[in-house]
Write a protein that binds this ligand. Sequence first.
Ligand code: GDD
Ligand code: MG
Length: 337
Amino acid sequence: MKAIVLVGGMGTRLRPLTWDTPKQMLPLVGTPIIEYVLSALGQQGVTDAVLSLGYLPDRFIEAYPDNVIAGVRVSYAVESEPLGTAGAIRFAAERAKIDETFLVFNGDVLSDLDLGRLLNFHRERRAAASISLHAVEDPSRFGVVPTMPDGQVVAFVEKPAREEAPTNLINAGAYLFEPSVLSRIESGRAVSVERETFPSLAREGALFALADSGYWLDTGTPATFLEATLDVLEGRNGHRGPRPTSIENGSWRHPSAFVSADAVLEHAVVDRDCVVAAHAELHGVILMPGSVVEAGARLNGAIVGPGAVIGAGARLEATCVVGPGERVEAGALLLGS
Ligand code: GDD
Ligand code: MG
């Protein structure tokens, strides 16, 4: 079965990290997010995926010149302008000549969803499309999906106000589609699967949804990207992603990084060519490749972009994001948002 993986969004909530790196190519404990996503699919028998690209497509294509990511064969469908989530699905399916039941994934989500269970459900219900659901505390950042007891979707409400959300079960960004759905997606303009296609399928009673209680996380904000990092460091991210080696005492460092013996690391990622000087303290911190933390700086819940420098004695609190190549002055105090 073929899978379409949507990775064409602009990653606005992760700016400035995403100005020149697409969200799904950001390193999660040293490995791009997309490799976690495709590894999980490959382990469940998906052999071929179409990456649906739009924003900075070359960053993917150059990183994987052999067209293999985490053991899955990939092809690329590059949009010349953003087609929205449904337009992207139609475009990618046409490119890959998909003519049977297929999978669709939001490429910024880590999960250990059981695909076989979703497929059985989809076939038993003879659904036109089926959605995997996940229960969350605050559904307002997601697509909210109330269903009948048999899983038939009653409505699809994208990002409602918190008090208006009819349930805490949200769209987990993993779908099964029949190819018949493609022809109802208008071509030549941006179409949203969440705001157009799903609501209209729901009205016809052709959309079904099934809750999955496994690991699930959308990595698309600074706070959840940090959360994903801590989950990987602690081995909490389900059982299907890549397992970074050499995690020690809950932290990971690339072999080329220099960490002073007098520095303190607690749940920290210190990537390629980073330098952490004496008496620096990192608690729940991501240092992207080539970044430097000078002596005595204290970081708590921060993401430091590639090549950035944190000056001596500076203090950064959650959730600070320092852009690629930026410099935080010595002694500065930054309180995050
Ligand atoms: N190719 C392409 N073209 N991809 C796109 C486009 C586009 O125009 N727009 C967004 N994407 C990709 C993004 O790169 C991302 O991988 C995925 O589609 C979802 O977009 P996000 O921007 O991350 O959406 P979201 O997180 O706010 O909400 C979506 O995901 C939630 C679950 O994580 C929605 O599908 C919600 O309903 C859902 O609950
Ligand atoms: Mg997202």
